[in-house]
Design a protein around this ligand. Sequence first.
Ligand SMILES: Cc1cc2nc3c(=O)[nH]c(=O)nc-3n(C[C@H](O)[C@H](O)[C@H](O)COP(=O)(O)O)c2cc1C
Length: 154
Amino acid sequence: MKVLIIYDSKYGNTKIVTENILVGIKQVEGIDTAICYAKDVDPQIIASYDALIIGAPNHMASPSQTMKKFVDNLTEINLNAKSVAVFGTYSGRVRVTDRAVKKMEKIVEKTLPNLKLLSPSLSVRVKGVTGPVADGELSKCQDFGKRIAKQLNT
Ligand SMILES: Cc1cc2nc3c(=O)[nH]c(=O)nc-3n(C[C@H](O)[C@H](O)[C@H](O)COP(=O)(O)O)c2cc1C
């Protein structure tokens, strides 16, 4: 089982979240995982993965433009992946904490209908616009990674 985590990040918080998801995945045997920044990823490499995990910062109640464009471009690739999971970061001041992640779920379901969306998704709070990740949130990221890995192993 090969899993690729692709993230976007302006200030580095979503990258830290990604690294903690990786820590969680590594707690489960039998999963080969890699991390990639959305702007650097080679489309041909994506095609060889069995599952994708996609994460983005909340920019104006939506996933970042970079990530929306990235997901859109996935339609050009003959994907091997059967499953996808999503996560995102948001600043501490919003009332609806998972709005951007919910939008990302809808985008993924619409754009990649052949992939099974693994749920629930993960929303991670950062302090203000630039971070850091709020206290206690990184353990949620590791738990998310572990849960996704177990779901993929069954
Ligand atoms: C242009 C812009 C718009 C944003 N809009 C929202 C928003 O609507 N709701 C929210 O909770 N956070 C918003 N934020 C805060 C981001 O969610 C926060 O900067 C991000 O989670 C940090 O992740 P990063 O370090 O990976 O970039 C916004 C940030 C930027 C830069």
